[in-house]
Ligand binder design. Structure first.
Ligand SMILES: Cc1cc2nc3c(=O)[nH]c(=O)nc-3n(C[C@H](O)[C@H](O)[C@H](O)COP(=O)(O)O)c2cc1C
Length: 173
């Protein structure tokens, strides 16, 4: 299997924790972990197997006048990037209690940007076991990637990641 590039942001919080869990559980190939705040988009294009992790911090983080968020700064760099033939798997951190109407929305927004690059998004997840009302990451009856809730369901993260890796790792081969 090719080595995997794992890109995440922000640092120091739940996304970072989850990124470490994901990377630690992949034992069959090398995983190179990058913070999106430290890389340019051409680094993404160096990989054919890509994992990206993001959190949702509300609509304001996606508005054009916000410059403080790692992904806000990184996403424009992906515009125009050609990732045809590459596979991308997404995980998203959210809070299904306080933000049940916007659960892991940013993972859906990130997926929209990735689709424009021509990459194939893999690792869709059933909503079985999740409680939420609305999510922009819920597309055609499935989550576009892996939702994780470290605020209220941290005890489920390890298992959810392990199950997800069973889906995506064979696809990366
Ligand atoms: C200001 C704020 C807004 C948030 N908005 C959302 C939201 O719209 N949808 C959601 O699912 N989670 C939302 N959350 C929950 C975070 O996504 C969750 O706590 C996540 O684990 C944070 O990860 P991070 O610390 O790595 O950024 C919000 C949290 C905060 C503090």
């Amino acid at each position: 299997m090719s080595k995997i590039g794992l890109f995440y942001g922000p640092e120091g919080g739940n996304v970072e924790r989850a990124a470490k869990i994901v990377a630690d559980k992949i034992t069959t190939t090398e995983v190179e972990v990058h913070k999106v705040k430290d890389v340019d988009a051409d680094v993404v294009a160096q990989y054919s197997c890509i994992i990206m992790g993001i959190s949702t911090l509300g609509k304001h983080t996606w508005s054009s006048d916000n410059t403080g968020n790692d992904w806000d700064n990184f996403l424009p760099k992906l515009n125009g990037l050609d990732l045809k033939g590459k596979k991308v798997a997404l995980f998203g951190l959210g809070d299904h209690i306080a933000y049940a109407d916007f659960f892991v929305d940013s993972m859906g927004d990130l997926a929209d940007v990735i689709k424009e690059t021509g990459a194939e998004i893999i690792g869709q997840v059933s909503d079985e076991g999740y409680e939420f009302n609305e999510s922009r990451a819920f597309v055609d009856g499935k989550f576009i990637g892996l939702p994780l809730d470290e605020d209220f369901e941290s005890d489920m993260t390890e298992k959810r990641v392990a199950n997800w890796l069973k889906i995506i790792l064979p696809e990366f081969e």
